[in-house]
Design a protein around this ligand. Structure first.
Ligand code: ME8
Length: 537
């Protein structure tokens, strides 16, 4: 029913579009780094990729934030949106589109989509009586709110149980979407696509929501309450609900409504989102798309959150990490690596400066950096030429076997874990191989053999295995650490067109038959060490 077309469509990856009510923090960067790493990974595997990110600029929350800053909403949005762009540029987030919901092309797409839902009979005028949270921009049933004592005063306060945000009692006329009609269709969608929501604990949550029953959803708000948004077509008394508006960004990016048959990359292959917005993406969004007769996303990756000393990061607690500052302190690729290695996919990850330092000291400088220095060390290899490849095409010597088999299986292993969105695990296999190569180097003691002419081949063999580990790891780590790995592969003299995933296979990088090896261009002075020991001691 929702089959994709036969031609090879580009892979389409998205991040959430971020609210501009506050400046970006490390959690926002996390979603973007996951999506960017996936984008680069698919590119290395030869796909064309559309990668969108951007900012969510409508709604009461934004309007109120602008008022607090004494700015007009558009100027306020321009200012904060540019902060996200700046962050993503610094972090090397290689988006192909940065979408803002205040752009005209987006407003047009929202209106068109609304008309599709209307024409297909899924919208009616109704009345909403219930709770609304401005902070979540979400409607809540009475069964999803609770009364608490305000910690700052003695007053009672109503909050949404799920998010802990305050809610207010709301009675208003608005348009409703017939969500209740989609319960069975959503159920079969999940049954037929058991991998569509990852990880599995999030899939189960969605299933439970759907099983517990779905009521119709308000999808507009009276203009008198909300005027910062897109007008409902043919009814300027109503403004489109900010979540419907926001979700449509994913269509806008592809040029929806498509003027030709070509859907321009639609549907989305991977929506990267945080667990806080799972219901919007995995229940409401597929239902909206079904109602508009459009193909559904192939995968929704709902990652967990970063906490700080096990506490939720929040501005009021003052435990929010400034991503630009930490990239300044530790380096862009260090932070990208840390986020991907230790970030929570199924369970929350606890952010700690100490752990960043340990990752840097042990993995990046201690293992990878060390292996690079050893492999290209002028002391062992004064010619700076990649040593002759060993005759591994025949029999593998016993002392080489461990490392050889590790390297040989590494690309597929990493591939498997990236496909399963287990980035931390994928990365751990790469660093296991690097650690194995360091151990191999130490055990074989090439520095003891280097002056013995009869041992030249043995030394070359050790150096070859070390360089080959660096080359393979360098290729596989590119999605996560693009700048550092580009520098690393430059040092090894690996041509740009030989850095794709298929070149990560053992022995692929060198012209083995000709014995014609590449010149390593390296500068082995302290200043150009890949992961210098500086400041992090
Ligand atoms: O929800 N840890 O925008 P938003 C990890 N505009 N990721 C986190 C995080 C944390 N502590 N905090 C936030 C919105 N995130 C809507 C989205 S999409 C059509 C509209 C990430 O600015 C995570 O991806 O509140 C979360 O889903 C997103 O930021 C929420 O960003």
């Amino acid at each position: 029913q929702y089959a994709t077309s036969a031609f090879k469509k580009p892979i389409y990856i998205t991040t959430p579009i971020f609210y501009v009510n506050a400046i970006p923090h490390i959690g926002h960067l996390y979603s973007a780094v996951i999506a960017d790493s996936l984008k680069r990974y698919y590119e290395l595997k030869g796909h064309k990729v559309i990668f969108s990110t951007g900012t969510d600029e409508h709604g009461l929350k934004i309007k109120q934030s602008a008022e607090k800053s004494k700015m007009n909403p558009q100027e306020f949005c321009d200012q904060v949106s540019s902060k996200f762009k700046e962050l993503f540029d610094i972090a090397n987030i290689s988006y192909t589109t940065f979408i803002r919901t205040t752009e005209q092309r987006h407003k047009d797409a929202v209106k068109y989509f609304w008309k599709c839902l209307m024409n297909n009979g899924f919208i009616y005028k109704g009345r909403y009586k219930g709770w609304y949270s401005v902070s979540d921009e979400a409607f809540y049933n009475t069964s999803h709110v609770q009364e608490i004592q305000n910690p700052d005063s003695k007053e009672k306060l109503m909050i949404a149980t799920e998010s802990g945000q305050s809610v207010e009692w709301t009675i208003e006329e608005n348009y409703k979407f017939r969500l209740s009609e989609f319960q069975d269709k959503l159920k079969s969608w999940l049954e037929e696509n058991p991998q569509v929501i990852m990880p599995i604990n999030k899939f189960n949550e969605v299933k439970a929501w759907i099983d517990s029953g779905l009521s119709d959803l308000s999808i507009s708000r009276p203009h008198s309450r909300l005027d910062w948004g897109v007008d409902v077509p043919e009814d300027s008394e109503q403004t489109v609900y900010v979540w419907l508006d926001a979700l449509i960004n994913y269509l806008t990016v592809t040029g929806f409504p498509w003027p030709h048959d070509d859907m321009n990359g639609w549907p989305v292959d991977i929506h990267v989102i945080g667990k806080d917005i799972l219901k919007f993406h995995a229940v409401y969004w597929p239902a909206f798309l079904m109602a508009a007769n459009l193909p559904l996303p192939q995968k929704i990756l709902a990652h967990s959150h970063w906490t700080m000393e096990k506490q939720k990061m929040s501005k009021s607690r003052g435990n929010v990490v400034d991503p630009i500052k930490v990239m300044n302190d530790y380096g862009v690729d260090t932070i990208r690596y840390y986020l991907m290695r230790d970030g929570g996919i199924a369970d929350d990850g606890d952010y700690s400066d100490e752990n960043i330092k340990v990752r840097y000291r042990k993995d990046l400088a201690g293992q990878l950096g060390n292996l690079v220095s050893r492999s290209i060390s002028p002391a062992l290899n004064p010619s700076s030429i990649v040593p002759s490849a060993p005759k591994f095409l025949g029999e593998i010597a016993e002392k080489d076997a461990n490392l050889y088999y590790k390297l040989q299986s590494l690309p597929d292993l990493v591939d498997k874990h990236f496909q399963n969105m287990e980035f931390g695990k994928g990365l751990s296999f790469i660093f296991d191989a690097i650690a194995e190569a360091n151990k191999y180097f130490t055990d074989n003691e090439p520095w003891k053999l280097k002056n013995d002419k009869n041992q030249k081949e043995a030394v070359n063999n050790i150096l070859f295995y070390s360089v080959e580990t660096v080359r393979i790891s360098g290729i596989l780590l590119q999605p996560v650490m693009p700048t550092k790995m580009s520098e690393l592969l430059d040092r090894l003299g690996i041509q740009k067109d030989q850095r794709t995933w298929e070149y990560a296979r053992f022995g692929r990088g060198w012209d083995l038959n000709n014995n014609h090896n590449r010149k390593i261009k390296f500068h082995h002075d302290e200043k150009s060490v890949l992961f210098p020991k500086f400041k992090l001691t």
